[in-house]
Design a protein around this ligand. Sequence first.
Ligand SMILES: NC(=O)c1ccc[n+]([C@@H]2O[C@H](COP(=O)([O-])OP(=O)(O)OC[C@H]3O[C@@H](n4cnc5c(N)ncnc54)[C@H](OP(=O)(O)O)[C@@H]3O)[C@@H](O)[C@H]2O)c1
Length: 290
Amino acid sequence: MNKKILITGISGFVGHHFIAKSRPNRQLFGTYHQNEVQFTDITCYSLAITDTAAFIALLEDIKPDTVIHLAALSNPNYCENHPENCQEVNSAATFHLITACQERDIHFIFASTDLVFDGKKPPYTEKEATNGIMTYGLDKAKTEHLAELMYPNKVTIARLPLQYGWCETAPNFLTNWVKTLKSGNTIKAFTNEYRTAAWAGDVADGLLLLAEQEAKGIWHLGGPERQSRYDFAIEVTKILDVDPALVIPVLQKDIKMAAARPTDVSLNSEKATKLGYAPGLAAERLRMIL
Ligand SMILES: NC(=O)c1ccc[n+]([C@@H]2O[C@H](COP(=O)([O-])OP(=O)(O)OC[C@H]3O[C@@H](n4cnc5c(N)ncnc54)[C@H](OP(=O)(O)O)[C@@H]3O)[C@@H](O)[C@H]2O)c1
């Protein structure tokens, strides 16, 4: 059966990792907002997710089996400083998209985050109660909760970990680190912030697995190892063959940011692993992408 999957926010960092993932039995469609993208294997459309009528027109045109909803304001510091905008884009718009999917019996996957947790009792399974400590995480948790109440029989909550990858047009922390380290300059990395980071290409495969299996409920798509940001940075220096002393160890409290940062939101992703999710180790994936 040819499965049609519509991915909102394909122009973002995670979205770019769906390139080349169309298959004879899997047709991918995507949306962008301010950054127009065109990919050879994915038909892309312009969409503001706050424009429900435009989203409905897209659903009527494409008739997808699943919507993977990535589009969001993804920067916790921005969300902290702009809570109303965060609520409008990350929560309110999502509810309207879910309603539109529910009315058409379309499976809906909501991209949530490990930041729905406070970081005090890791590693977190899907059964743990959420307790975010910043606007972004609180908003995602609220949206998860309402999504499940609204559309319990066809909604999937995918909690994504911190992701890394290489994408010139949608850079992330790794892109900046690599450019800085290669030019011989120093970076700062937290020794007391732990995550189960994953390569965004593996997470994209995990999301497609959830789409193909129509796996309902909550799923963690964390990476296979718990590492501090500092340890991860040291892995990067090994692959780049640069001096590890270029990584300056710092504590979270040393760098002031708008959004509070949990110390350890490591995810237990055994449930997804049993379903076939197979994220690679950082050393292996960094060697592949750098
Ligand atoms: N990256 C991570 O490490 C990470 C970790 C956990 C969870 N997540 C979640 O995963 C999802 C994707 O993250 P990402 O890193 O790819 O984020 P990103 O790089 O910031 O991309 C955000 C995407 O959302 C789109 N978007 C933003 N506002 C929009 C609006 N009003 N209307 C329509 N589209 C809009 C952007 O479109 P344009 O660029 O075209 O404007 C872009 O495609 C998000 O839901 C995020 O919360 C990410």
